[in-house]
Design a protein around this ligand. Structure first.
Ligand code: FPP
Length: 252
């Protein structure tokens, strides 16, 4: 007797039946490999990666995800060849030039997170402008992690809290997890429920170290430029069928 495995196609309507994640985080990984596989320069992979980002933002709006955080440039990415770093900085500007009006019209708040002071002046100008233009939007908060490092974010919070204790604005007894979260870039935002890493790497790579404490991780071998809304649907479907216990027991 032959056994047939039936491939189940999960569709958008399937994930709308259960609560959706409020906050999705994505490490947009695999751009370089995608390009190399095609005999193209690595920067072509980043350009293709921007197209994936556009599609995913659009889909998040379509299904009403309120928070999306994408890792665009890490504190370690400066070690890459200068041409690649320049291309990435230019792509951010290009993305804002082309997409700002439509993102704004659709209620997207562009919220850069990271050590922004170290970015090239022209990139910083565009990003600041995008932030200011969209800061009152509240349909989708798009956190763009730029020159971002999770450890650096934590150290910065520790420094600010210490300063405030020294000045008498805070007491040591007031320092708890809730207060600490308020000193991070993601202040007043829920922690990510779901973190997606394309291209198969099983690492967090200094991304949202504090915020990912109880986040469900979903890794796929698909490279970021090939990542489509149907992959996001699958990730959300898997997320919805996991049991989240936050360190407790589910006794039902
Ligand atoms: C990782 O792939 C990706 C990056 C370091 C950059 C991601 C940036 C973009 C998708 C475009 C710019 C972003 C915005 C917000 C417009 P990799 O280069 O490490 O790939 P590899 O692991 O295959 O080498």
């Amino acid at each position: 007797m032959a056994f047939f495995s039936r491939k189940v196609n999960i569709e958008k309507k399937d994930i709308l039946k259960k609560p959706l994640p409020k906050h999705i985080a994505i490490i947009m990984d695999g751009n370089g490999r995608w390009a190399t596989k095609r005999g193209l320069p690595r920067v072509a992979g980043h350009r293709a990666g921007v197209e994936s980002l556009k599609n995913i933002v659009e889909f998040c709006l379509e299904i009403n995800i309120p928070y999306l955080t994408v890792y665009a440039f890490s504190t370690e990415n400066w070690k890459r060849p200068r041409e690649e770093v320049n291309t990435l900085m230019n792509l951010m500007v290009e993305y804002i030039q082309k997409e700002l009006e439509i993102l704004d019209k659709n209620g997207v708040r562009i919220n850069p997170i990271g050590k922004l002071d170290d970015l090239p002046v022209y990139t910083l100008e565009y990003i600041t402008n995008a932030y200011l233009q969209t800061k009152n939007n509240n349909r989708l908060v798009l956190n763009v992690a730029l020159n971002y490092g999770g450890r650096a974010e934590i150290i910065q919070a520790v420094r600010m809290i210490s300063e405030n204790v020294k000045k008498g604005i805070l007491t040591i007894d007031e320092v708890n997890e809730n207060l600490f979260s308020q000193y991070l870039y993601t202040t007043n935002q829920p922690d990510p429920d779901l973190m997606i890493r394309p291209s198969g790497e099983m690492r967090i790579s200094n991304f949202l170290l504090w915020q990912l404490a109880y986040t469900e991780l979903w890794v796929t071998n698909v490279l970021w430029p090939d990542f489509k809304p149907h992959h996001l649907i699958k990730a959300i479907y898997d997320f919805q069928n996991r049991e989240r216990r936050f360190g407790g027991l589910n006794l039902n």
